[in-house]
Design a protein around this ligand. Structure first.
Ligand SMILES: *Cc1c(COP(=O)(O)O)cnc(C)c1O
Length: 393
């Protein structure tokens, strides 16, 4: 990877140390250009006319996303974020009293709320699979818990709250053997390292455009295995999802398009497409190796600082690094970094309710480098945190 060239192609790297790729990755010039060009075309000739002219590239977006995750173009639906993509899959499952939803402690906040809403509505039950000693989802416990009552296994691949990578392939092996649908929230993992639906064996996968994929805000997608469609009854319909058959009713569109909406932001779609193509061109293996190595570099240096602890769980960890400075509120650490031009966020207790209740460590400072960051930038962040820690001792 030519890091200098990649940074040159990323305007946001000029004046800031951007360590918030788990929040929103920086757009490349190419992606920005794809979006502004389309907006200008819409302004010049009309929105519908611009979409008609760019139809081939818009259609190609589905194929490029399919390549990214190892699925088929007709298994992709586009959304305005990951949550709506996830809702489209989850709320399309028919739950009955006594059905069980198995999930993990790292599950994303909105998913947890949805599980409980559906449990209250239908009499289904939410069961949280415990972690193993390393802090990842305990696959032996999952294998024990999975039974004929299990209607869904829903897992966050990488949580919003730390560097854990849940053992998705092993989870997929168990769900397949049991014949239970597996919904993988891959919002933090797609674009960060290779995620392949065939290797994992999940049935539904959701992701967002703006995080490690470096696409625009307000984009996301759902992948649904074709064979899973027959078990899903889309929870809403509209003219973008189905064809009117007269008095007889309607027929769902083929494949995953039945989950989509007619209207969408085409500048967003084309920006997402540009970001996906860029990730494919760079190679997810290479992206993953570098992002993970930068995460490990940062974690090691923070752990070496007196008064600083990192809190990333699991035996496989990624580019997301979470840390705490003894006796200093997390918001103050984040503010000190912001004053030095270092973009980070803090974890929010309500975004990972089970993890928050179990560990009691949130909020933490969350630093999330990506392949275009440099070791020198990480050193700068470590220096700022080191100074905060020294001042508090
Ligand atoms: C950010 C995040 C989401 C939500 O994605 P949106 O695009 O904001 O809807 C879901 N799951 C995880 C694990 C996340 O980190």
């Amino acid at each position: 990877m030519d890091i200098d060239a990649l940074r040159e192609d990323t305007p946001g790297t000029a004046d800031r140390v951007h360590l918030n790729n788990a929040g929103a990755g920086l757009l490349s010039r190419r992606t920005l250009k794809a979006m502004t060009t389309h907006l200008e075309l819409e302004a010049a000739i009309g929105g519908y006319e611009a979409a008609d002219r760019e139809r081939e590239r818009i259609d190609a977006t589905y194929a490029n996303i399919a390549r990214l995750v190892g699925g088929r173009p007709d298994e992709i639906a586009l959304f305005d974020n990951s949550t709506h993509a996830w809702n489209a899959a989850f709320y399309s499952i028919a739950f009955a009293p006594g059905d069980r939803i198995l999930t993990g402690r790292a599950e994303y906040g909105s998913n947890v709320l949805a599980y409980f809403q559906v449990a209250q509505r239908t009499g289904a039950e939410v069961v949280v699979v415990p972690d193993d000693a390393s802090g990842q989802l305990d696959t032996a416990a999952l294998a024990d818990l999975i039974d004929e009552r299990t209607k869904l296994v829903g897992v966050s691949h990488v949580p919003t709250s730390g560097g854990l990578v849940n053992p998705a392939v092993e989870i997929g092996r168990i769900t397949r053997a049991a014949g239970v649908p597996f919904l993988l929230d891959a919002t933090q993992s797609v674009g960060q390292f290779p995620v392949d639906v065939t290797e994992i064996g999940c049935d539904m996968l959701t992701a967002t455009g703006r995080k490690f994929l470096r696409g625009p805000r307000g984009t996301g997608f759902l992948w649904v295995r074709s064979e899973a469609l027959e078990h899903l009854d889309p929870f809403v319909t509209e003219i973008g999802a189905a064809t009117w058959d007269g008095e007889r009713g309607f027929t769902w569109h083929d494949g995953a398009r039945r989950f989509g909406t007619w209207e969408m932001s085409y500048s967003g779609v084309l920006g997402l497409d540009a970001a996906v193509r860029q990730a494919l061109a760079l190679g997810l293996d290479e992206i993953g190796q570098r992002a993970t190595a930068l995460g490990a570099y940062l974690r090691d240096r923070l752990d070496a600082l007196p008064g600083v602890t990192t809190h990333d769980l699991g035996s496989t960890r990624c580019a997301i690094v979470t840390a705490k400075v003894a006796a200093v509120p997390t918001s103050e650490v984040a503010a000190a970094l912001a004053r030095q031009g270092v973009n980070v966020t803090t974890t929010f207790p309500e975004q990972t309710q089970f993890d928050t209740e179990h560990r009691g460590v949130h909020p933490l400072v969350r630093l999330s480098p990506h392949y275009y960051n440099t070791e020198a930038e990480l050193d700068r962040a470590v220096e700022v945190i080191g100074a905060v820690a020294r001042a508090a001792r």
